[in-house]
Design a protein around this ligand. Structure first.
Ligand code: CA
Length: 343
């Protein structure tokens, strides 16, 4: 993993309340709030709580636990000291494990991914304006200069309990990732950010350029960026073998059951089902025909069937059709949310 990080106080603030962590495996940014001796303390506690996350059977669980611990510490400190009321912080964190990137997020700092020249924000802002856009009460273009754009709806330290967004993404060779506090989004458009990250330059100079861009627009806020990109990734596990095996099966199936049935398989879409007690994405159709399986396992997920409400489990056991892989991804994310809500 190659990576680089930079932070800057900006042009108008007297203190840098941002913190970051980058060690080649764990990457995080935190944007503290609450004024002197509060904001920077909160963001520091947050990134500190992520250090030394070991390999774990469930990194998602581990991340949620660490976020919870940080929340507890900051909340207690804020409560015990009047001057620190309003103390809190955002925290957006990634842990790279093999081909997977485990992501946990609270607040309005952002994780972006540049893939094939396209920049995509992988985290959802927990901010008032983002909420208003989602509810159709505000247009994205109206949000850019919105006076409440820095009001966040979730922060570590704000309440006794914290809800953490967690997801897992597959990394591909050539991906570039950017974590940034809102000092960047306030100053620059996604297009500007994308063109800097997409440049062929060293990650150090990309980080420096992003900071310089924010400061060139007045540096109204602290700004912190962490850029990283996977080097060589381990080969995709067993799904490839399974796909091959089923490919061979399919060849037999075509001969055995004729082209109309094979056509039905090949032209069929995707569906969600079960594999090893977890939600999985398949291509094909559920069930079998004349003893032949007409499906291919495309992707395994971490979402346990057991943790889902009964109606969802039933739908999955029948095979839950989805329109596309993208649609499948969304459905999996929703199911993951359901399992967390149920806990
Ligand atoms: Ca900020």
């Amino acid at each position: 993993m190659r990576y680089s990080a930079a932070t800057d106080i900006g042009g108008r603030r007297s203190v840098n309340e941002d913190s970051f962590l980058a060690d080649g495996r764990i990457f995080a940014v935190a944007d503290g709030m609450g004024g002197h001796l509060a904001g920077e303390v909160a963001s520091n506690i947050a990134v500190d709580c992520l250090r030394d996350i070991g390999a774990s059977r469930s990194l998602e669980r581990a991340l949620i636990d660490r976020f919870g611990r940080a929340n507890e510490i900051i909340f207690d400190r804020a409560r015990s000291n009047k001057e620190r009321q309003g103390m809190g912080t955002t925290l957006t964190a990634c842990v790279a494990e093999g081909r997977r990137l485990y992501i946990a997020h609270v607040g309005d700092s952002r994780l972006y991914r540049l893939r094939a020249g396209r920049l995509r924000q992988l985290t959802k802002d927990h901010s008032l304006v983002a909420q208003m856009i989602e509810r159709g009460h505000l247009k994205p273009e109206e949000a850019a200069d919105h006076p409440q754009r820095s009001v966040i709806t979730r922060a570590l330290g704000a309440s006794a309990e914290i809800r953490v967004d967690v997801k897992v993404k597959e990394m591909l060779r050539g991906d570039r990732y950017l974590l940034a506090t809102d000092g960047l989004a306030i100053a620059a458009t996604d297009e500007e950010v994308a063109s800097i990250i997409a440049s062929e330059e060293e990650l150090d100079s990309i980080a420096a350029k992003l900071i310089a861009l924010a400061n060139s627009r007045g540096g109204a806020d602290n700004v912190t960026v962490v850029v990283f990109e996977p080097g060589s990734l381990p080969a995709a596990p067993r799904v490839g073998r399974i796909t091959k095996a089923i490919g061979a099966f399919l060849a037999v199936a075509i001969l055995a059951i004729g082209s109309s049935m094979a056509w039905r398989y090949l032209s069929s879409g995707f569906y969600l089902g079960e594999y090893g007690g977890r939600v999985a994405v398949y291509r094909g159709v559920p069930g079998s025909f004349a003893g032949f399986s007409l499906r291919t396992l495309i992707k395994e997920t971490d979402v346990k069937i057991d943790g889902l409400p009964a109606p969802n489990r039933e739908r999955l056991s029948r095979g839950m059709p989805v329109k596309s892989l993208k649609d499948a991804e969304r459905a999996v994310e929703d199911l993951a949310t359901l399992t967390r809500e149920k806990r």
